[in-house]
Design a protein around this ligand. Sequence first.
Ligand SMILES: [Zn+2]
Length: 232
Amino acid sequence: MIKDFLNFYCTSASVGLSVLSEFILFISNKKEILRLSLTYDDFMLLQNLCDNHNLKLKYTSFKAVDYGGGWASLVKNNGQTIDKNSDTIVVVIGNTADKLSQYIDAEAKFDYIKAGELLGYPQCCIKSYLDIEILKHNWYQYYLRDGKMKYPYWANRINTIFGGGSFVGEMFPCSLNCKKAIDIGKNAANTMHSFGLIKLAEVIKSHCLSPIYLDEFNSISKVVTQKKIEFY
Ligand SMILES: [Zn+2]
């Protein structure tokens, strides 16, 4: 199974580096639920793979609505025919039908605590999610609010803003110092190494270690400034 899923990862166009850690933890049975946003072609491949390996899958089709200025969001494609070229298919996979239905139910009820638990996220991180979500596209500022200039890299996902990877996947840790989040990051990195994905793990590590720069308003800057936040 692991080989088939790694092949899928390598050939799929839509499973990004940001979610790779969660993908790796799921296929190595260290996580019960996996959530992915896919193109239609990748969705068809994954559906076959799940059938072959007796994994349970549910999907929802979304249309991307572009609000301009780099802001886009996904809107449920309620019962309309899937546009194979442009729709995004959000897939949830569970290793049992029971876990999958518990997750779908939690999402439908906006029970983010139960959904977070099923995704294998630590309680402390789940609880802080509301404080992070409220910041919208400025979510990264939550992690910098203590004014420090250096943080450990294991739970750093700030560079996913620029398409980079993270060892905690798409989970929002409660802090860059959260021991439980750091352990998840280390677990994902060790599992990647055990699968021989050493170069990919190195790429993700380099993204997590990349410094970020803030402008005069403390917003993330695309150019080098005096305010440099480092990771170690
Ligand atoms: Zn935490």
